[in-house]
Write a protein that binds this ligand. Structure first.
Ligand SMILES: Cc1ncc(COP(=O)(O)O)c(C=O)c1O
Length: 419
C-alpha cells in the first residue's frame, strides 16, 4: 500500500511525479533539486507581493499567537472588522456588507444563494432566471459550474447543473450581440453574473471599459441583480483596485478571493449592497441567510489580508503595477515577430496571446509549452492554446525582459522542430 496525493487539474495517467517545491521567495519558487522557477502566473493568480513576504508572515505570526480561530456565527473579531472597514476605502463607493468564505468558488456560491433568496424574499415564489457570459469560468463547485459556460471543466457533470442562459461576452466585435441578448433575456427576476474586463480561465478574454459600462447599463435598466466576479480581477490585476470601477454602475454583489490575502491563505468575500442585506433582516430565523463554513472569517486569514492591504496601499506597489503594465506592452510588441502567435492582448498586469490556433483547446500543445517553459525555469501554464503571464507585483523589469525572451525562444524552438 502506498499513499498518493491526487492533485487538482492534473492527469496522473500522464504525470506520475511532480516537482517537489521546498521554498518560495519573491517571484521565484525552488524545487528539491535546487532548480528555481519564475512564477509568471502568480501561482494560479493569487500571489500579489511575492512569495513568503516578511510583512504578511509577521502579521500572520502575531495573529496566530493571539486568536487563531473562533466560530464566526455568534461572534465577531477585530481583524475581520478592520479588514471590511478598510476595504470600504477601495471598493466602488457603496454601503457594502461583507460575507466571508474560503475560496473563489464559495464566494460565487454565496453570491448566487444570496441573490436567489433576495429575489424570493421580495416576492414569494419568484421564478429566478440566471444569465452568464459565454467563455466564463466561476469555479468548480456545482453552483459555480452551473453559472459558467459549459466547457472541458464541466463536461462530466453537465446534466447535474442548473439552467443558465449564456450570452455573448462583449469582446471586441461582439458588443452589440451582448447587448441585444441582454435586452432579449433579462428582466427584474434575473441574476446577471460576469467577470469584469477579463474572463480568466475561459482564455484571458479581454473587453473594454466602455463595453463593460454599456453591458451593465442595459442589465441595470432591466433591473437585474448584478454579480461581479472579481475573484481574479481584484486587487490591481487590471491596473485598478477593482475592475468594476471601470464603470459608474455599481454591482449589487462583488466576489473577491485570490489576491485578498496577497495569495498567502485561503479566504474570500462576497460583498453585497445594503439593499440585499436589509432584505434578510426579520424576526424569523428562517428569513436569514442560512449559510456558512467552519472556517468562515478565520482571523489568521484576515491578518494576511490586512497585511496585503498594507502593501497594496503603498505607492511603490502602484508604481510597480504601472511598470509591469509598460513592460508587458513591450513584450506584446516583441511577440509580433512570431507568425503563429495571434490575438496578442494585455490589460493591467495580464498579457495573453493565442499560439497555433486561436479559440481551440489543444491539450497536447499546452503540455509541450508547459514542459518547455518549466525546463527554461519559468512557470507559465497555458490555458489550451492561450499563453498568458500574470506576474506578482514585486517582479523586476529585468525579470520581465527575460520572461519575454523565454516565451519567444520556446515558441521558436517548437516552430523549428515542426517546419
Ligand atoms: C473569475 C474566477 N472566479 C472564480 C474562481 C474560482 O476560484 P477558486 O479556484 O478559488 O475556487 C476562479 C478561479 O480561477 C476565477 O478565475
Amino acid at each position: 500500500m502506498e499513499y498518493r496525493i491526487w492533485h487538482p487539474f492534473t492527469q496522473h495517467g500522464q504525470k506520475a511525479e511532480l516537482p517537489e517545491i521546498v521554498a518560495a521567495s519573491g517571484s521565484w519558487i525552488t524545487d528539491k533539486s535546487g532548480k528555481r522557477y519564475f512564477d509568471a502566473i502568480s501561482s494560479w493568480w493569487v500571489n500579489l507581493h511575492g512569495h513568503s513576504h516578511p510583512h504578511i508572515a509577521e502579521r500572520v505570526n502575531e495573529q496566530m499567537k493571539t486568536l487563531e480561530h473562533v466560530i464566526f456565527s455568534g461572534f465577531t473579531h477585530a481583524p475581520a472588522q478592520e479588514l471590511c472597514n478598510r476595504l470600504m476605502n477601495h471598493l466602488p463607493k457603496n454601503d457594502w456588507k461583507f460575507f466571508f468564505s474560503d475560496n473563489g468558488s464559495t464566494a460565487i456560491e454565496v453570491a448566487m444563494k444570496m441573490a436567489i433568496q433576495y429575489l424570493r424574499q421580495q416576492e414569494a415564489g419568484t421564478k429566478v432566471k440566471v444569465i452568464g457570459l459565454e467563455g466564463s469560468y466561476h469555479g468548480d463547485t456545482f453552483g459555480a459550474m452551473s453559472v459558467a459556460e459549459r466547457s472541458v471543466f464541466t463536461t462530466s457533470w453537465d446534466d447535474f447543473l442548473f439552467d443558465v442562459v449564456h450570452i455573448p461576452a462583449p469582446l471586441p466585435g461582439s458588443e452589440n450581440a451582448c447587448l441585444e441578448a441582454l435586452e432579449r433575456h433579462a428582466d427584474s427576476n434575473t441574476i446577471f453574473i460576469y467577470e469584469p474586463l477579463v474572463q480568466g480561465a475561459g482564455g484571458m478574454r479581454m473587453y473594454s471599459d466602455e463595453a463593460l459600462h454599456q453591458m451593465l447599463s442595459v442589465a441595470k435598466l432591466k433591473g437585474c441583480v448584478l454579480i461581479a466576479d472579481e475573484v481574479m480581477t481584484g486587487f490591481g490585476r487590471t491596473g485598478r483596485w477593482f475592475a468594476s470601477s471601470a464603470s459608474a454602475i455599481v454591482p449589487d454583489i462583488i466576489c473577491l478571493s485570490k489576491g485578498l490575502t496577497g495569495g498567502a491563505l485561503p479566504m474570500s468575500l462576497t460583498v453585497c449592497g445594503n439593499h440585499l442585506y436589509e432584505a434578510f433582516l426579520d424576526e424569523r430565523f428562517i428569513k436569514g441567510f442560512l449559510h456558512g463554513h467552519s472556517f468562515t472569517g478565520n482571523p489568521v486569514g484576515c491578518a494576511a489580508a490586512l497585511a496585503s492591504l498594507d502593501l497594496m496601499e503603498e505607492n511603490e506597489t502602484w508604481m510597480a503595477i504601472s511598470m509591469i503594465e509598460k513592460e508587458i506592452a513591450k513584450i506584446a510588441e516583441r511577440l509580433t515577430v512570431l507568425e503563429r502567435v495571434t490575438d496578442i492582448r494585455h490589460k493591467g498586469t495580464i498579457l495573453a496571446f493565442e499560439y497555433a490556433g486561436a479559440g481551440s483547446y489543444d491539450h497536447q500543445m499546452r503540455e509541450v509549452l508547459y514542459e518547455r517553459f518549466m525546463h527554461a525555469g519559468h512557470l507559465i501554464r497555458p490555458l489550451g492554446n492561450t499563453v498568458y503571464i500574470m506576474p506578482p507585483y514585486c517582479t523586476t523589469k529585468k525579470e520581465l525582459e527575460v520572461v519575454g525572451t523565454v516565451i519567444i525562444d520556446v515558441i521558436q524552438s517548437i516552430e523549428e522542430e515542426q517546419f
